[in-house]
Design a protein. Structure first.
Length: 129
């Protein structure tokens, strides 16, 4: 496994695709974070006459967690807010994936306690499916 592959993790959901998306949105909002955007890649593909399995990216976060990181390392704003990909694979299984924020922020030398808050927000999603 190369460095690029190790900077992406994927987990299988026990729910179907639509249910997983709804569950993650509910979980994000329940803990006080905001879903800033929902990008439906399959709908975009369909709009140009291409088919692909369902794939949605949620962009989410909370200024209480992200702002201190960006204050410590302004360039980290390129990697925030957090993102999660929900997709269906060739066998119809639903997967959620993301780039672990701790690895992304490593290059910016963000203090560990700030990174830990964001990492917990990512792991919360994995624990909820």
């Amino acid at each position: 496994m190369n460095a690029q592959e190790s900077s992406y993790v994927e987990h299988r959901s026990s729910l179907g695709f639509a249910e997983t998306v709804d569950h993650l949105v509910t979980t994000i909002e329940k803990v006080g974070m905001t879903v800033f955007a929902r990008i439906d890649h399959a709908a975009g593909a369909k709009a140009v006459g291409i088919t692909m399995p369902p794939a949605i990216v949620l962009i989410y976060g909370n200024a209480k967690g992200g702002t201190p990181v960006m204050q410590a390392a302004p360039r980290a704003a390129l990697d925030l807010p957090l993102r999660v990909l929900i997709r269906e694979d060739d066998q119809g299984k639903t997967l959620i994936g993301f780039h672990p924020i701790a690895q992304l922020l490593e290059t910016y030398r963000v203090p560990g306690e700030l990174v830990d808050r964001l990492a917990k927000a990512q792991l919360l999603l994995v624990g909820s499916i």
